[in-house]
Each structure stands twice: as C-alpha cells, then as structure tokens.
Design a protein around this ligand. Structure first.
Ligand code: OSB
Ligand code: MG
Length: 372
C-alpha cells in the first residue's frame, strides 16, 4: 500500500507551438495549450497533463474550465490528505460530476508519483506487456486532395504504416479516394469528430468502398442509437471516440452494436484507471481497442505508450514520434519512430520521462501553487 501525503500541487497553463497546424472538423490548432500538473509528496514528485485546449471543440472542457475545476474543487479535495491508491483519489472525486479531462490530468500525476515512490514503471503498474507499440499518424485536413496525398506520402516515407485522415462534410470521399488510389495497400482509417448525421448515409456508403480499417466517431458524441443504425448499414467497423466516457458507455455501445472498435484515450475516459476497465471489458468481448491521442506533450505521450502496451490494444495507436508534433517538447528524451512503425514504451520509474524545466518555464503562460 502506498501512502502519499499531498503537500502541494503546481498547476501551469502551457502553450506549445505545433510544427504544423492541425485541422479537424471542429477547427484548426496552430499552437496547443494544455495544463501541466506537478504534485509534491514528501520530497517525491509526480507529473500530469490535462489535455483540454483553448476551445470547447473536441470536448466541452477548455483549459480555463479545467483550471477552475482543478483549483476550486479537485485539488482542494486532496491537499494535505494521504492517498493510498488511485482508487482513493477516485473516491474523493466521486462527489463531483463530469470534467474527465481535468480528472485524468490529476490522476496521471498520482500514477506517476505511485510509480516513482514504489520503484516501478507506469507500464508495470498498468500491466502492460510489450516493449514497443505499433503506431500510426493522424493527418489533419489539408488545403486540397493533392496536398493531402503529399503529406501522407511524407509520413509513409518516415515509416508510418497506418494513417488516419481527418474528414469533414465536403472534405471526405474525394480526399479519401485520392489517398487510397495513391496508396492502394496502406492501412487507412478516417476520423469525422462527430461532424455528420444519419442523413449523410450516402457519404458513408461511399467511404465503405475504400477498405478502411474503421470510421471514427462519424455522428454526434451523445448519440449511440444513431451510430447503431449506421453500423447496421456499413461493412466498415465504426469506432467511437468522443461517445465513450466510461466503462458503462462502452458496455452500452457494445450492447446495441453502436461500434465494433473502441478508441481508448485515458484523458477522455477520466483517467487511466477507468481506461483500464474499458480495456478489460473490450478485451473480454474480443472488441479491438487502440490508443487515441490529443497531441500530447511527452508527458501525456509517455502515459499513452504505457497504456497501449496492454494486450487488448490490437490496432496501431495515434501515438506519433515527438517530431510529428513539436520542435521543442517539455519532456525528454524525445520519442522516435522505429523502422517497424513502433515506438518504445518508457521503462524508467513512473512515466519514465524527465521534464525539461527550462522549456516548461518558457512555455508557461500562468502558474499557481496550491498548498494548505
Ligand atoms: O479525435 O482523435 C481525435 C487530436 C486532438 C483532438 C482529437 C483528436 C486528435 C487526433 C490526433 O486525432 C492524435 C494525435 O496524434 O495525438
Ligand atoms: Mg478521434
């Protein structure tokens, strides 16, 4: 049993320049904001990342709502308290509703602390089994189909063996066809980020012809029922991202065949513990899962790699090398793509990465130290 006294929590609003703008159906990100948390516990420290961004485009949460929820509610609930486990933290936060991204950021710092203080890697704590995980790259919406084909080609040359294309209404069938014609054998999938509705069935019927691995989150995040109707009309598996916020949602989605693949993001699911439960449920039901990404810094990416090393992760994750995202990252060492389109899972204590404090300070827009 661990015994972590929570002495203080430092919260930072951080802004990092992306190497290239990332466009999805809900907007363009040029630089990425997030919150970085550091928990101090009797001389040990744990790092976490809350992946909320400036706008409520992917999720209703933003950096400002997460700041509010963390500083006013979640962190005061644990300051100067003793925590024996992640379950202890979850129990303390159970009185609060929602805000999974804020919740997951705080939980991640506790996982890191648990690893550091018990001499174990996060992979070990989670039950990960493989030393490298297969990864792909998520490609944003581009100027036009020709540019998209070029950008995909660049990633293929770099060694990515699975590509995800972001789509939105008006930028879908034509683009996917162009990429499929240029790369007939490339494992390919698309992500709509909830931009369509059932009336768009003809678009999905057309996408159904391109041997896609999956179609991610085609319809609204709060609509499992329409996803089930859509799945019944398609050969291509539907994969849910935004719709799956808990193990209960997962069970219900599978019950009504609203999806046949699940994207697991520990952040969206409210933390690694709940993500493990979603993994276990899907693994037992032989539903393939894969690890999604949120353009994380090296802190969040380290967590994703550890999670993706569990046995149920049977499809490549949206976990790309550091140089797909940032020229300068706040965590070191950087993550590199291996020749077989995998990335090594960190083996050091906790997250297994170090934070570059100078870089962190340079990227910090605001910070607060909470203690009792
Ligand atoms: O829907 O999967 C998504 C990035 C930000 C927000 C939502 C999503 C994404 C990605 C990028 O697809 C995945 C990554 O490389 O981190
Ligand atoms: Mg997605």
């Amino acid at each position: 049993m661990a015994n972590l006294k929570i002495d203080s929590v430092e919260l930072r609003l951080v802004r990092m320049q992306l190497i290239a703008p990332f466009e999805t159906s809900f907007g363009v990100e040029r630089d990425r904001d997030c919150l970085i948390l550091k928990i101090d516990s009797e001389g040990a420290m744990g790092w976490g990342e809350c992946v909320a961004v400036r706008n409520p485009g992917y999720s209703y949460e933003t950096t400002e709502t997460a700041w509010h929820i963390l500083t006013e509610f979640f962190i005061p609930e644990i300051l100067s308290k003793r925590l024996q486990s992640v379950e202890d933290l979850r129990n303390r936060l159970r009185i609060f509703k929602g805000h999974p991204l804020a919740r997951a950021g705080l939980e991640l710092a506790i996982w890191d602390l648990l690893g550091v203080t018990s001499g174990r890697s996060l992979q070990d704590l989670l039950g990960g089994v493989v030393p490298q995980v297969p990864v792909g790259v998520s490609v944003g919406i581009q100027e036009d189909a020709d540019t998209l084909v070029k950008v995909v080609g660049k990633y293929v040359v770099q060694g990515y063996r699975r590509v995800k294309l972001k789509i939105k209404p008006g930028r879908d069938v034509h683009e996917v066809r162009a990429v499929r014609e240029a790369f007939p054998d490339l494992p390919l999938q698309v992500d709509a980020n909830a931009a369509y509705d059932l009336e768009d069935i003809d678009i999905f019927k057309a996408l159904d012809e391109f041997q896609l691995l999956l179609i991610e989150q085609p319809l609204a995040e709060d609509d499992l029922v329409d996803h089930s109707s859509l799945q019944a009309q398609l050969q291509t598996p539907i994969c849910l991202d935004e719709s799956i916020l808990s193990v209960r949602h997962t069970r219900q989605a599978l019950q009504i065949d609203a999806c046949r693949v699940v994207n697991i993001k520990q952040a969206r699911i409210g933390g690694l513990q709940e993500a493990l439960a979603v993994h276990d449920l899907c693994h037992a039901a032989s539903i393939p899962v894969w690890c999604g990404g949120m353009l994380e810094t090296g802190i969040g990416r380290a967590a994703n790699l550890a999670l993706a090393s569990l046995p149920g992760f049977q499809l490549p994750g949206d976990i790309s090398a550091t140089d797909r995202y940032y020229n300068v990252d706040i965590a070191v060492p950087r993550f590199h793509l291996n020749a077989d389109s995998t990335i090594d899972v960190p083996t050091g204590l906790g997250l297994g990465v170090s934070v570059d404090l100078d870089a962190l300070e340079r990227f910090t827009l605001r910070k607060a130290l909470l203690s009792k």
